[in-house]
Design a protein around this ligand. Structure first.
Ligand SMILES: Cc1cc2nc3c(=O)[nH]c(=O)nc-3n(C[C@H](O)[C@H](O)[C@H](O)COP(=O)(O)OP(=O)(O)OC[C@H]3O[C@@H](n4cnc5c(N)ncnc54)[C@H](O)[C@@H]3O)c2cc1C
Length: 385
C-alpha cells in the first residue's frame, strides 16, 4: 500500500469514487481511496432506489441536479459502462392544499431554470402514467417532470470504479480509517488498522459515517443516519409499464417499476437516528396498508426482496460541501439527505475544483459550507421523500 498521497478519499461509495474520478481525469492521480468494506458501493449507494429529479425546492439543489443529470445522460458513453437510464419522470401526488401551494412555489423556482415541470389535474395523470391503476379519489393535483427518472446505482458506481482504477488510482478495500492525525490546524495523515498514510488533504466521503469520521479530525460534521426501507415484488401483470417514480407526498410512500414488478419504500418519520440496518416488519404492515390503498394491484403479487439503508441526513436536508474553515485540509462531501446518488456526478467535479483550483466554480458551493450552521438554519429543502 502507498504510504503517502496528495489526497486520501475516505469512502468508496458513489461520492468518494466520483471525487476520485474527477480528480484523476484532471491529472491528479496521487490519490488513495480507502473503503472499510470488502468492496465498493455496499453502503447507502448499494441500497438506494436510483431516482434522479429536478423537482427540488431550492435553487442550489436544482443546480446540482442540472449538472449531475447532464453527466448521467452521457455516462454510458463517457465511461464505457452500460447503465439503466429511464427518463420517465417523477410524479408527485398531492392531496393536501397546503402541499399544493408549496409545490406551486417550487415549480416557479424550477421554471426559472427551464425545467419542464407540469402541474396536472387528477384526470390528466393517465397521460404520463398509462395502464397503471393508481387510486386517485383523494388526490387534488400532481406535479410531473419528464426529465426526472430512474438510473442505476450499481452501474454508475462500477463505471466510476473501473475508470478510477484505469487511470492508476489505487482503491484499497477492507481498510477502515480509525484515526486522522491533525497538528496545528493541519492534517498530517490517516491511519487504518494496519497502515499509516501521510497526507495533507482528506476527503470525507464516508456517507452515513461522516460524523464519525469528522470526530476523528476533531470536527463536528452534523450528519445523522436515518433508516429507510425498500421492498421489491415479484413480477405481476398490472405492474406499471413505465419507470415513472410515483410519490404519495403526504405519507412518503413511493414506487416504481422494477424487473417486471415494483420497487417501493417509505421512511418511518417517527424513528430517530440509528445505524441499525435490519428491516422493521412491523412498520412494513403500515407501509403495505398505504401501498394497497394507493396502488391496489400490488396486493396481487408477493415480496421478492427487502433491505434497509441510511439517509445521511443534514440539519437542513442539503449537502455539506467543501473545505472546513478551521481545518482546510479536511474536505467534506456529506449530508446528501437521500439525494446523494443523483448529485454525486456533479459533486465529484465540484470537489475536484475545490481541491485543484482552490474553489469550486462550476457552481458556487459556498452556501453549502459547514460554516452555515453557525448562523442557524436558513434554507431547508422541503421536498424530501
Ligand atoms: C433506501 C434508500 C433509497 C435511496 N434512494 C435514493 C434515490 O432514489 N436517489 C438518490 O439520489 N439517492 C437515494 N438515496 C441516497 C443515496 O443512496 C446516498 O445519498 C448516496 O449513496 C451517498 O453516497 P456516499 O458515497 O456518500 O455514501 P455510501 O454509499 O454510504 O459510501 C460511504 C462509504 O464510506 C465507507 N466508510 C465509512 N466510514 C469509513 C471509514 N472510517 N473508513 C473507510 N471507509 C469508510 C462506507 O463503508 C461506505 O462504503 C437513497 C438511500 C437509501 C438508504
Amino acid at each position: 500500500m502507498k504510504n503517502s498521497a496528495e489526497v486520501v478519499i475516505v469512502g468508496g461509495g458513489i461520492v468518494g469514487l466520483s471525487v476520485a474520478y474527477h480528480l484523476a481525469r484532471r491529472g491528479m492521480t496521487d490519490i488513495v481511496v480507502l473503503e472499510k468494506e470488502d468492496m465498493c458501493g455496499t453502503g447507502s449507494t448499494g441500497r438506494c432506489a436510483g431516482g434522479f429529479r429536478h423537482q427540488f425546492s431550492t435553487e442550489v439543489n436544482i443546480k446540482l441536479s442540472l449538472l449531475s443529470v447532464k453527466m448521467l445522460e452521457s455516462f454510458a458513453e463517457e465511461m464505457d459502462q452500460p447503465i439503466d437510464f429511464h427518463q420517465d419522470g417523477y410524479l408527485f401526488l398531492l392531496k393536501d392544499p397546503a402541499d399544493v401551494e408549496v409545490f406551486r412555489k417550487n415549480a416557479e423556482i424550477q421554471r426559472r431554470f427551464d425545467i419542464p415541470v407540469e402541474f396536472l389535474k387528477p384526470e390528466e395523470i393517465v397521460r404520463v402514467l398509462p395502464n397503471t391503476e393508481i387510486h386517485l379519489d383523494d388526490v387534488i393535483a400532481a406535479t410531473y417532470c419528464g426529465k426526472d427518472g430512474i438510473s442505476d446505482p450499481a452501474g454508475v458506481t462500477e463505471g466510476y470504479r473501473k475508470n478510477v482504477v484505469r487511470m492508476g488510482v489505487p482503491i484499497y478495500t477492507g481498510e477502515e480509517v480509525v484515526a486522522i492525525d491533525v497538528a496545528n490546524g493541519k492534517i498530517e495523515g490517516v491511519r487504518t488498522k494496519n497502515h499509516d498514510i501521510k497526507t495533507n488533504t482528506v476527503v470525507n466521503a464516508a456517507g452515513p459515517f461522516a460524523g464519525v469520521l469528522g470526530k476523528m479530525a476533531g470536527i463536528d460534521v452534523p450528519v445523522v443516519p436515518l433508516r429507510r426501507f425498500i421492498w421489491t415484488t415479484k413480477p405481476f401483470d398490472k405492474a406499471p409499464s413505465r419507470w415513472t417514480l410515483v410519490i404519495d407526498f403526504s405519507t412518503g410512500f413511493y414506487f416504481h417499476r422494477e424487473s417486471g414488478g415494483v420497487l417501493f419504500g417509505m421512511g418511518n418519520r417517527e424513528e430517530g437516528p440509528t445505524f441499525d440496518l435490519s428491516v422493521d416488519w412491523k412498520f412494513f404492515d403500515k407501509v403495505m396498508e398505504i401501498a394497497v390503498e394507493r396502488f391496489p394491484p400490488i396486493a396481487e403479487t408477493a415480496i421478492k426482496n427487502s433491505w434497509a439503508g441510511s439517509y445521511e441526513t443534514s440539519p437542513d436536508a442539503h449537502p455539506i460541501l467543501g473545505r472546513v474553515p478551521e481545518l482546510p485540509g479536511f474536505v467534506l462531501a456529506n449530508g446528501f439527505s437521500g439525494h446523494g446518488f443523483q448529485h454525486a456526478p456533479g459533486v465529484g467535479q465540484l470537489i475536484a475544483e475545490e481541491i485543484l483550483d482552490g474553489k469550486a466554480h462550476t457552481i458556487d458551493i459556498s452556501p453549502l459550507s459547514i460554516a452555515r450552521f453557525a448562523k442557524g438554519l436558513h434554507e431547508v429543502e422541503k421536498n424530501v421523500v
